[in-house]
Design a protein around this ligand. Structure first.
Ligand code: FE2
Length: 721
């Protein structure tokens, strides 16, 4: 990409300052502050809408190309011992090549030479730097197996011996692999930094760049003296929720770069424990990847103080240079404390935007699940993502392991207006939520924009100024503080419209020491990868990952509905229930005469208000008995398949055309405590129908009716509290 960037924050309030970090191949680019209204260029809808605003950001600015420093490693200040010594470590390689990969090495400081242990491109373990030729193990390692590696250096004798011992015997791994050779002395200009999982740190304008990065796990690295007494050692299980590397018994502490996977199973897993919680003796490994990226560290291009009179809403810094264009979106939230706040707010699902950041999946389409898939959308952007290790929490690393950490401090090509998801060639997440922003704006609602980030860091006080809060289309990733805040606010009478599908699904963690980093562990639920056994814990918080449903906190309990299935071919319509015709619900259906709802046009999947991912009520899964299902879908195709967690075993009726699949979207209403209420639409594409028929669809009327009533006084039929 010739022009892109990122901002240090996505959520700001008037008076706060944020920064933008721009990469520009051209020597100059034009910047402009815009307010985003509608991000979908689909000619069947109202088209792209932005409002240009005057600000200190406007104008032509000098730019420069920026690099992305990918690959994770560990760095510790620990010079090579002057006497004889032994390096001792456990490794579990996952993907050698294309070049050698550093395991434990002292770089020379010039980025070229190094001394230490490496994994050669052909899978042999090597001692490099002791002489003109590396000392090589006799056999290549077997991938995904633990090995103990020891390199003993006898300076007096000028000899080194390398021992590589598999933890488990196999014909390929063999037994102990031991080789000996000459040791020519230390590298003269070594810089005193010891690296784990990289061969060198190359100096780059934007900071150190790891090179010769290792793919695989490392555990229990130690440096011993000639008598096998410890000179220095590191406990990779300690402070595993952070970027710290903890030295044992006074050994120097270090840090990781680019957020390798922590709290990973080590050589003694499975250990003699029945605990599902990570233990220091079983979870003492770090999994490094040559395509890990967290903060790319580009210099500040613009610093922007949010003007006091900038109204809450969705904004972006628009960048243009020749044919290149990019947007760096951000959300201006109302002033802290609620002064001047609107009674209506939209909760933008920023955690989900971050989880999906640079999603690069290609959906296999053997059963016609995604007939709308177009893998040709913005190929140069996806090439940039693939080349620079920028993929999402849906994707896998080069070595096949799932990507568990995501960061906002990097370019994100789908957190953009005009972005289209390749799986169904339409907006998803941020660009899709602008459907709702545009509808509210066009309908004349006064509303604020708040975000998951605010909810996570500030709790229920972020919701308190607002009487009514509307969700985004796919609020899937929730942290414990976010759920607690939501429930606290609902308990005190909050009124919530859940206009999405598959929400409140994955346990999500935010790194305390790097709040722009989130983490998800996938081992159950409908997922694109699964972690290894024992690696279910979110390292940055120490809590069990996976689905909120499996943590006893299903979305049903407060919103009435939960995920049942997904498909990407077309949406379906709702059929009203008998209960919906009761007088106490007539306010919801004012202006809607038909018993079938949501059968019209949609800007995502073309047709129907229920689709992509859909949710239904289920009393067996926590839907409260006072919840009322107002309408339910019929007529999904077999392109829809049931969510994995909805069936205990494989059945031949898990396609959407079979009612036994349980794939259904419900429109649900329920009263809450203190005059509160919840309206759930149970579908990702609900908001894609709001404007698709000239802003006058039945879904538009229902949504408007509910918001209007929620903004008013007591609701019909509300129980006395
Ligand atoms: Fe999702």
């Amino acid at each position: 990409m010739n022009l892109t960037g990122y901002s240090d924050r996505w959520s700001v309030r008037p008076g706060e300052t944020m920064t933008f970090h721009v990469h520009s191949v051209a020597p100059t680019y034009e910047a402009r502050l815009v307010r985003l209204i509608h991000g979908d260029e689909n000619p069947r809808g109202p088209g792209f809408k932005e409002i240009e605003l005057d600000s200190s950001l406007d104008g032509v600015h000098a730019g420069a190309p920026r690099i992305i420093r990918k690959g994770s490693c560990g760095v510790v200040d620990c010079p090579m011992p002057a006497g004889s010594f032994t390096l001792d470590m456990w490794i579990r390689p996952t993907l050698p090549g294309p070049d050698r990969q550093g395991l434990m090495a002292w770089p020379s400081g010039d980025g070229g030479a190094a001394f230490g242990l490496f994994l050669a491109a052909d899978g042999h373990v090597e001692c490099v730097g002791a002489g003109p030729d590396p000392l090589r193990s006799q056999r290549p390692v077997v991938l995904r197996q633990w090995y103990r590696v020891r390199l003993a250096v006898d300076r007096a004798a000028g000899r080194a011996s390398l021992t590589v011992q598999p933890k488990r015997w196999s014909p390929e791994a063999g037994g102990v692999d031991r080789v000996e050779g000459a040791f020519g002395g230390a590298i003269a200009d070594a810089d005193g930094r010891l690296l784990f999982a990289a061969g060198a740190l190359e100096a780059a304008d934007d900071g150190p760049r790891p090179i010769e990065v290792y793919n695989g796990k490392i555990a229990r690295p130690r440096i011993l003296d000639a008598g096998d007494a410890t000179i220095a050692a590191w406990d990779f299980a300690a402070k595993a929720g952070t970027a710290s590397l903890v030295g044992v018994d006074g050994s120097p502490d270090g840090r990781t770069l680019n957020r390798p996977a922590r709290m990973m199973t080590g050589p003694d897993w499975p250990g003699a424990t029945n605990s599902t919680a990570p233990l220091p003796e079983t979870h003492d490994a770090i999994h490094f990847h040559d395509d890990d990226v967290s903060d790319v560290g580009w210099p500040v291009s613009h610093s922007f103080a949010i003007p006091d009179d900038l109204k809450s809403g969705v904004y972006a810094l628009r960048l243009r240079s020749g044919d290149a264009e990019d947007y760096l979106p951000f959300f201006v939230c109302p002033p802290r404390g609620g002064a001047g706040a609107e009674r209506l707010a939209v909760l933008m699902p920023t955690m989900s935007y971050l989880a999906y950041a640079n999603e690069s999946l290609e959906v296999g389409d053997a059963v016609g699940m995604s007939p709308l898939q177009d893998m040709g959308i913005t190929p140069e952007r996806y090439a940039y993502v693939a080349e620079n290790g920028l993929k999402s929490l849906y994707d896998v690393h080069r070595d096949g392991s799932g990507i568990a950490y995501g960061s906002r401090r990097r370019p994100i090509i789908d957190f953009r207006p005009k972005a289209r998801c390749r799986t169904f060639d339409a907006p998803h997440q941020f660009a899709a939520d602008l459907h709702l922003i545009d509808w509210l704006t066009t309908k004349g609602y006064a509303f604020d924009v708040i975000t998951d980030d605010l909810l996570h860091h500030e709790g229920a006080s972020a919701l308190d100024p607002h009487r009514v809060v509307v969700s985004g289309s796919h609020p899937e990733y929730w942290t414990t503080p976010m759920l607690d805040a939501r429930d606290d606010w609902l308990d005190r009478g909050g009124r919530f419209l859940y206009l999405g599908g598959n929400g409140f699904y994955w346990v999500t963690g935010v790194a305390e020491d790097e709040p722009d980093v989130i983490e998800v562990r996938r081992y159950a639920g409908t997922r694109t990868w699964a972690g290894d056994p024992g690696e279910e814990t979110v390292s940055v918080t120490g809590e069990r990952g996976g689905l909120w449903r499996d943590r006893g906190r299903p979305p049903n309990d407060r919103l009435g509905v939960a995920f049942t299935g997904q498909g990407f071919d077309r949406g379906a319509a709702y059929h009203r229930s008998e209960a919906s015709f009761a007088p106490e619900f007539s306010w919801i259906f004012q202006g809607v005469d038909d018993a079938v709802v949501g059968a019209g046009r949609s800007l995502v999947l073309g047709h129907g208000a229920a689709g992509f991912e859909v949710d239904k009520a289920d009393v067996m899964n926590g839907t409260p008995p006072h919840a009322v299902v107002l309408a339910s879908t019929r007529g999904f195709t077999d392109a829809y398949q049931a969510a994995i967690e909805c069936f205990a075993q494989i059945n031949p009726w898990q396609g959407g055309s079979d009612p036994r699949s349980g794939i259904q979207s419900d429109i649900l209403f329920m009263h809450g405590p203190e005059g509160g209420a919840v309206f759930s639409a149970g579908s990702i594409i609900w908001s894609a129908t709001l404007s698709a028929s000239g802003y006058d669809s039945d879904t538009s009327r229902i949504t408007g009716n509910v918001i209007d009533a929620f903004l008013g006084g007591p609701l019909p039929g509300a129980p006395k509290t």
